[in-house]
Design a protein. Structure first.
Ligand SMILES: NC(=O)c1ccc[n+]([C@@H]2O[C@H](COP(=O)([O-])OP(=O)(O)OC[C@H]3O[C@@H](n4cnc5c(N)ncnc54)[C@H](OP(=O)(O)O)[C@@H]3O)[C@@H](O)[C@H]2O)c1
Length: 201
């Protein structure tokens, strides 16, 4: 398969690439990294990316960030960061991608643990995750031509332990391999409309 992986250089993206690269052709994408440069925050950049890749069999996204902070001090603008930089870029990757994904192909998005097992200050990030999980569940029903759509929702990665040191006490840290297996199931498997939770391993 020919597979676009946006965010391939990140912690989650690298886990996805490791799981898929031996069997498939990977086109890695980032704003400043990868085979192709594109910024998913910008719909025109998404369109240009697809024009450059041409038809593919699968699209994987492992991007996104949002605001962390106390709820009672959170502004409307801060709340919207996760919507603008995690939810909408990944939704737009799907909306703009239909003409470029072959029949029977798939989209795989990335959400995360915070809408089911929150930490303090994670209301905005949890909301973006929940919206992504809801989007794939409902979008799967409308997918044409046998296309599938799923979301990988990992716990904190072992590779990100230092980055999030002190924020996820008591949370399990999952391996690249466990995260990669979820992307493998999403891309190479048969499920659709699923949130593939990676909680252990
Ligand atoms: N790490 C974890 O433990 C973990 C756990 C659960 C969920 N998640 C979720 O997984 C996603 C990825 O997290 P991560 O830790 O892997 O992030 P990361 O290490 O910061 O990597 C993000 C990657 O995405 C690319 N990127 C970021 N914004 C982009 C954009 N607008 N358009 C195109 N490429 C973009 C970056 O490359 P450039 O800088 O070149 O653009 C980079 O390769 C996030 O939504 C995060 O919430 C992460």
């Amino acid at each position: 398969m020919k597979i676009i992986v946006v965010g391939a250089g990140g912690a989650v993206g690298q886990a996805a690439v490791k799981a898929l690269e031996a069997r498939h052709e990977i086109i890695s994408v980032g704003r400043n990294s990868g085979d192709l440069h594109a910024d998913l925050d910008d719909v025109d950049s998404i369109r240009a990316m697809y024009r450059e890749t041409g038809k593919v069999d699968a699209v994987v996204s492992a991007i996104g960030h949002g605001h962390f902070g106390a709820l009672e001090q959170m502004t409307a603008e801060q709340f919207m960061l996760g919507i603008h930089h995690k939810l909408l870029p990944q939704v737009n990757l799907v909306l703009e991608g239909f003409d470029y994904v072959n029949d029977g192909g798939s989209f795989t998005l990335t959400s995360g643990v915070l809408n089911r097992d929150p930490i303090r200050g994670s209301a905005a990030a949890g909301a973006a995750n929940g919206a992504l999980d809801g989007f794939v569940c409902a979008a799967a029903v409308d997918m044409p031509r046998g296309l599938r759509i799923n979301c990988v929702s990992p716990e904190v990665l072992e590779a990100s332990r230092e980055r999030y040191d002190g924020f996820f006490n008591g949370h399990y840290h999952v391996s690249d391999e466990a995260v990669g297996l979820a992307f493998s199931r999403a891309v190479e498997g048969c499920q659709t409309g699923q949130v593939l939770i990676v909680e252990f391993g």
